[in-house]
Design a protein around this ligand. Structure first.
Ligand code: SF4
Ligand code: SF4
Length: 126
């Protein structure tokens, strides 16, 4: 679980690495479209993503348990430095990750809850 972050989020994303809350979510949250797969490339897809079988053909970021084991976070989150939550694949992250803007309702909810909540809308054209 990320450490507490107080105040309003920097609209330019300046405090996102110190927050990381929207990268804490259950499995099968961050999904891929074909354009995301192209951007990610074969090697990173194998390392960080998994195919979902029901229904088949859907691909998601893998999730791993937090150190405390009380929830899960995205496998792309680099948790090697305590209190810092950079994305290890930032340039290649899928569009789902680009939807949550600092200061948006989904961001504010994630900061309140400590993890991504239900207010994020992943509606994208297919
Ligand atoms: S919840 Fe907001 S401030 Fe925190 S990482 Fe996500 S976008 Fe950035
Ligand atoms: S791919 Fe990166 S930005 Fe997206 S949820 Fe995972 S760690 Fe966060």
């Amino acid at each position: 679980m990320p450490t507490p972050v107080t105040g309003e989020p920097d609209p330019n994303g300046g405090d996102c690495v110190g927050c990381g809350r929207c990268c804490h979510h259950p499995s099968h949250t961050v999904h891929f479209l074909e354009s995301d797969e192209h951007r990610m490339g074969k090697r990173l897809l194998e390392l960080y993503t998994e195919e979902y079988t029901q229904p088949p053909g859907f691909r998601f970021m893998k999730n791993v348990p937090t150190a405390a084991g009380d929830e899960t976070h995205c496998a792309g989150l680099d948790v090697s430095v305590p209190g810092q939550y950079p994305c290890a694949i930032y340039e290649h992250r899928p569009d789902d990750c680009r939807i949550v803007e600092p200061g948006s309702p989904a961001c504010l909810e994630a900061r309140r809850l400590g993890h991504l909540g239900s207010s994020v809308e992943f509606h994208r054209p297919r």
